[in-house]
Write a new protein. Structure first.
Length: 306
């Protein structure tokens, strides 16, 4: 390892030795519910990767609480509950949602039983009608397709300890914001913010979403593997969710196997790969932890910021 690298690099076996328990606090059934629709990781991933990661995050959170309490005492301010905020970034189809949901489940089962809330940046996409008006439907997921001002205000309010923060809800079935539906975030101990754009910065902005993070994770993999996972997921959805007449992508349900592969590959190359190259992958070096996956979805290497 380069002694001047910003990261400690560890393989799976080295990382697994850091776990605090041999028994995961979630069952295999809950694991199956929490992992992604197309994510083929095994239950062993919880033991080898997520148990040490949970322990590491709690050490970080405990240190942050102590620092906040020390600062409040020094400044003679009332000690207000401040949530520990975790950002999770990475490409479409790389498995960010699985990582977020597993962490939420495991972190909430620590002995002190913290309240752990999870929000996704999908809820801060502009509604389809706005994207259509602005000619951005094919740029969905790119920075300009998000209501960044609204997202920043939400994270700022949660980080400030404000109660009852309303977060918009996004439906992957309708491919749009759900009008009249919202998620209520009520002063969590830990907040997980998951989305492809959470580590992005721009020249014009003065404040970034990541400014409010105490810890950040980038889920990484070889682009050829991510493209393959995206196509595989598309094929699985063609045979399941796309068959629902209410699905925005219902028109793809009747595609043949070959047509579906061609369509998914085209979408990947024209939209998702472009976004990955321009906006997502350049943020990898801003993460405090990089989880590097192999072709089978399993995490093979970890890079921990010094």
């Amino acid at each position: 390892m380069d002694p001047y690298s910003l990261y400690f690099e560890m393989n799976r076996a080295e990382w697994s030795e850091l776990r605090y328990s041999e028994t995961p606090p979630i069952s295999r059934e809950e694991f199956d519910r929490r992992k992604g629709f197309h994510d083929r990781i095994s239950f062993q991933e919880v033991e080898d990767i997520y148990l040490p990661l949970t322990r590491f995050i709690h050490l970080q959170a405990a240190a942050a609480r102590q620092l906040h309490e020390a600062s409040a005492t020094f400044l003679q301010h009332r000690r207000q509950k401040v949530p520990f905020v975790i950002g999770i970034a990475g490409s479409v189809a790389v498995g960010k949602s699985t990582t977020a949901r597993l962490l939420q489940a495991l972190l909430s089962r620590e002995p002190w039983r913290p309240q752990v809330d999870l929000i996704t940046t999908d809820g801060f996409l502009f509604p389809n009608r706005v994207l259509e008006q602005r000619g951005l439907m094919k740029r969905k997921g790119f920075p300009e397709s998000y209501d960044t001002k609204k997202l920043l205000q939400c994270i700022r309010d949660i980080k400030a300890g404000k109660p009852d923060i309303v977060v918009p809800v996004y439906s992957h079935l309708s491919y749009d914001i759900v009008e009249g539906e919202a998620q209520l975030v009520q002063s969590p101990d830990i907040l997980i913010v998951e989305g492809i754009n959470v580590l992005q910065v721009t020249k014009d902005a003065k404040v970034f979403v990541s400014d409010f993070f105490d810890f950040s994770i980038y889920v990484d993999a070889d682009e050829r593997d991510i493209e393959r996972w995206y196509v595989e997921r598309f094929l699985m959805l063609r045979d399941t969710a796309f068959r629902d007449p209410q699905s925005y992508f219902h028109r793809y349900a009747s595609l043949s196997g070959e047509e579906a592969v061609q369509t998914a590959t085209g979408i990947w190359k024209e939209i998702n790969a472009l976004n990955l190259h321009e906006n997502i992958r350049p943020t990898k070096g801003r993460a405090k932890l990089i989880l590097r996956k192999g072709p089978d979805h399993a995490i093979e290497r970890l890079f921990v910021r010094k």
